[in-house]
Design a protein around this ligand. Structure first.
Ligand code: FCB
Length: 457
């Protein structure tokens, strides 16, 4: 292998990811119940510009055409989430047959196109009916989640191999309950940590209920990891980066992979630590078939102990620093410090201020270089011995970016929200080529890059 030839392992799972509330729309159609994100986005002042997921990409009605786009992109896998209130409008009790049918048809369409479905059960849209009963602050919600997971496994388990229980429990807990930026919008650290614990308990209970139905599926969880790093090598800064790792990242990694909360983090949280019942840690730390890593950037600790990026460094439209080398370090850390199960990069991508050119094309070079540089980091980590099984771009298409509404575009496919027209961006063309070749070659200095064309499998 020459140094600029990045060829990935055979069977590497190349995909793209989305989440139900961000793309489906059809929020009150065919018996779907209300979710906390409907309630939140319909509340004044919560989302940029008052935008909502009411219509979003209208994927609920356009899924067949969207699967066709995925086929054109050569995707081998598609990570999507199930809207809990679409299948169980009150979160428990009577099912909504139309909701279950929708996911049935989506899975069938994917399989027909030779694309592996990768399901996330919870990507933030709790049924509002459960929120009205206390939501994630109530332990009962864990049992309802396990029942919902079982329902989906019974329905789709014959065709879906990979199942993630939760997307980013840290974000659910910290942004939903500590900072209030996400639904349901509480602001209490103590509540956030109790909720975080309940999410982990719910994860453990769901693993059990799903495995009781089908023991040979692959079940895991998706974590958002923003590794803290010190701007300089002083012992104080390195210690404060480690403290932050324990409070944010390891707070979720350690219970899952070591069956206890990190000691330093526990001390730091003082009286706000969660109530743990006997047996909880064993439930939480059951065998995982994979860990999903969502990586966007690092947290860089400046001299004053505050998070402050290096001046002049590159940032995406989210204001997130572009730091691919931190992804390699993170993956190696997971491998070396934890007995880490196989890893999928379940999200990675960049918000770019895209412009549609007159001929309809979108030249998003910045997204291409972001994706390419992060894939180089993944490749390097694999060479270092980390067992990375696949990579999912966030996102398949532009969509509702939570509190930012439609102002941030992450897609490799452009969506015109007025007409719902989809256009494959240059990054989509680049990615389809990469998937087809199972990697890429970087041009040597002075050599031109290859032209981007749509390629068939
Ligand atoms: C992640 C979320 C995903 C998307 C990206 C940009 O934290 O899981 O839904 O919003 O950020």
């Amino acid at each position: 292998m020459t140094r600029n030839n990045y060829s990935f392992p055979r069977d590497f799972l190349w995909g793209a990811a989305t989440a139900a509330y961000q793309i489906e729309g059809a929020w009150n159609v065919d018996g779907r119940g209300e979710s906390i994100w409907d309630r939140f986005s319909h509340t004044e002042g919560k989302v940029n510009n008052g935008e909502t997921g009411d219509v979003a990409c209208d994927h609920y009605h356009r899924f067949a055409a969207d699967v066709e786009i995925m086929r054109r992109l050569n995707l081998k896998a598609y990570r999507f989430s199930i809207s809990w209130p679409r299948v169980l409008p009150s979160g428990r009790g009577p099912v909504n047959p139309a909701g279950l049918d929708f996911y049935d048809r989506l899975v069938d369409a994917l399989l027909e196109a030779n694309i592996e479905p990768f399901v996330t059960l919870y990507h933030w849209d709790l049924p509002q009916a459960l929120e009205d009963m206390g939501g994630w602050s109530e332990r009962d919600t864990c049992g309802y989640f396990a029942d919902y997971a079982a329902l989906m496994m019974r329905r789709l388990g014959d065709r879906v191999r990979c199942w993630a229980t939760f997307n980013e429990p840290a974000i659910v807990s910290f942004l939903g309950f500590r900072t209030g930026q996400h639904a349901p919008g509480y602001r209490s650290q103590r509540l956030a940590l109790q909720v975080g614990h309940h999410l982990l308990v719910a994860h453990g209970m769901a693993l059990q209920s799903m495995r009781a139905i089908k023991s040979d599926s692959e079940a895991g969880i998706v974590l958002s990891l923003w590794p803290p790093e010190a701007q300089s090598d002083t012992p104080e800064l390195k210690a404060s980066a480690e403290k932050l790792w324990q409070k944010d990242e390891a707070w979720f990694v350690d219970p899952l992979l070591r069956a206890h909360y990190p000691v330093l983090g526990w001390q730091e949280y003082g009286d706000d630590v969660p109530e743990i019942r006997p047996g909880d840690m064993a439930l939480i730390s059951q065998k995982l078939d994979f860990i999903g890593v969502n990586y966007y950037s690092r947290k860089l600790m400046g001299p004053d102990g505050q998070i402050s990026p290096v001046p002049g460094s590159e940032h995406t439209e989210m204001g997130w620093e572009v730091t691919p080398s931190s992804l390699r370090k993170l993956l190696v850390r997971l491998q070396e410090e934890y007995r880490c199960p196989p890893i999928y990069i379940t999200e990675n991508g960049a918000a770019v201020a895209d412009r549609v050119a007159e001929d309809g094309s979108i030249h998003d070079e910045r997204r291409i270089s972001y994706l390419r540089d992060h894939l180089v980091a993944v490749h390097n980590a694999i060479t270092d011995g980390v067992d990375v099984r696949g990579y999912f771009v966030w996102s398949l298409m532009d969509n509702f970016e939570w509190a930012f509404g439609y102002s941030k575009r992450f897609g490799i496919v452009h969506v015109d929200y007025a007409t719902q027209e989809r256009r494959i961006k240059d990054s989509g063309l680049w990615y389809s080529q990469t998937v087809r070749r199972n990697g890429f070659q970087l041009p040597s200095a002075g050599e031109p890059s290859e032209p981007l064309v749509e390629t068939a499998r």
